[in-house]
Design a protein around this ligand. Structure first.
Ligand code: IMP
Length: 423
């Protein structure tokens, strides 16, 4: 397997966890490069269901090395809980899990600021895990990294400086209580002691691995339309969820990455606020949400659902340089009389065939649809492309044509066996 990036091509929750689990056996290293425990990657193995928020889903495969790169923001409490959960299920982490010295640490004040901001009128609908405030500190050059946490002198000074500022903001802007230095210092020094054995220079680790011809799988979190640069800004997450993030978020140069696979859901979903051009009306929403189990893996929030939007996925194909597509959750569309595919947008008399970055346009547009007949057959037990109903094949062909990109794998359920190639 060439060094491959797997990204979500919509607003996240496309089924990356399952797809990464399928590709993991062919990789030597599985690496997260952005986001934090706002992600929720679900993998179903037999009767066991694993939801991983931070550690790459590749950890479920024996002998694979899993890495949290510098571009990830890490809540050490959540990380240690996840390690505990895996070990309780008999999955050994020691010796095959590494975390970058340069990854930034999430503190309780980040979570608190996230919550307080979300309590205001203009909210984003975040996961309230402190992701945005932590990335803000990183970019403002005030953040505390794993390497800083491991040095008590540096950590003390940085924490003191941060608390001075954060406590003033909490008190003066939000009229909220601040944090005691002593308590936080103690709590996080304890975490430092526990995560020390996993921390290293992961940039060196990965580049050395590439020199030895090891194969790397880069596990994107969230999705392209949630990317801070290429998404529906400001209704996005605070990192680069697109393929470019794999390079900056790991220190592996773009010339060392060979392939980008886009994960595309057969319809569209989004969690949180922000424009969603093809969003369903209530009756269809209830039906698809129920059938697709469209509830957030991290927050449990019901996901918004809508028709397939080829304008946003075409945008994804472009900004990620997607080579191949894995199409997921096709079975959720079983039994619909007619399916709609959005092929363009109309706003104030103008037709948009490309993704408009103006939030006003995105919020006020009218989608232009192409209709295609549905199918009655249950596809969840289908094991090969040739057995798919004719209209399901037609639907896939139409999507493939609009995206000008090959669909290589099709998924019709959460289990590993419910996947087949498009050949
Ligand atoms: P944040 O990442 O918690 O700051 O949330 C920003 C936006 O990204 C919100 O709309 C969240 O619902 C969304 N988001 C964050 N992580 C995920 C994810 O893993 N799947 C889907 N949406 C997400």
């Amino acid at each position: 397997m060439p060094n491959t990036v797997i990204i979500g091509a919509q607003w996240g929750d496309e089924g990356k966890g399952k797809v990464i689990d399928i590709f993991a056996p062919k990789a030597d290293y599985i690496v997260r490069y952005q986001g934090g425990n706002n992600a929720g990657h679900t993998v179903v193995i037999g009767k066991d269901k694993f939801v991983l928020h931070l550690i790459p889903s590749g950890i479920l495969h024996k002998g694979k090395i899993c890495v949290i790169g510098n571009g990830v923001v890490v809540d050490p409490k959540a990380l240690l809980e996840e390690i505990g959960m895996l070990e309780a299920k008999g999955i050994k982490v020691d010796g095959r899990f590494f975390i970058s010295h340069q990854a930034h640490i999430i503190f309780p004040y980040h979570r608190r600021l996230d919550e307080l901001k979300e309590g205001m009128k203009k909210k984003i609908g975040t996961t309230k895990k402190g992701i945005g405030p932590c990335y803000s500190d990183k970019v403002a050059r005030a953040g505390i990294r794993v390497i800083d946490l491991l040095n008590s002198v540096v950590f003390k000074e940085k924490l003191k400086n941060n608390l001075k500022e954060k406590n003033a903001i909490l008190a003066k802007i939000y009229n909220a209580e601040g944090y005691s230095f002593e308590a936080l210092y103690r709590e996080y020094s304890d975490y430092a002691g526990k995560i020390k054995k996993y921390a290293c220079d992961t940039t060196l680790l990965l580049n050395d691995a590439i020199k030895k011809s090891k194969r790397i799988l880069f596990e994107g979190a969230q999705g392209t339309l949630l990317d801070v640069d290429h998404g529906t800004y400001p209704f996005v997450t605070s990192s680069n969820a697109t393929a470019g993030g794999a390079s900056t978020g790991t220190g592996v140069g773009p010339t060392k990455i060979d392939k980008v696979i886009g994960i595309v859901k057969a319809y569209t979903t989004r969690v949180g606020e922000g424009p969603f051009p093809t969003e369903f009306e209530q009756d269809l929403l209830d039906r698809i949400r129920e059938k697709g189990g469209e509830f957030g893996a991290t927050t449990g929030r019901p996901r918004r659902c809508g028709w397939f939007d080829s304008v946003i996925v075409k945008h994804s194909v472009m900004v990620n340089g997607i080579d191949e597509i894995v199409l997921t959750k096709l079975d959720v569309l079983d039994g619909l009389e007619v399916l709609k595919i959005c092929t363009a947008y109309k706003y104030e008399g103008r037709i948009y065939k490309n993704f408009p970055s103006d939030i006003k346009v995105l919020s006020g547009l009218e989608p232009i649809y192409e209709e295609t007949p549905g199918w009655k057959t249950d596809t969840a037990n289908i094991t090969s492309y040739s057995k798919l109903p004719r209209n399901a094949k037609l639907y896939l062909k139409k999507i493939q044509k609009l995206l000008e990109t090959r669909i290589v794998l099709i998924s019709v359920g959460s289990e590993r066996r419910q996947t087949f190639s498009s050949e």
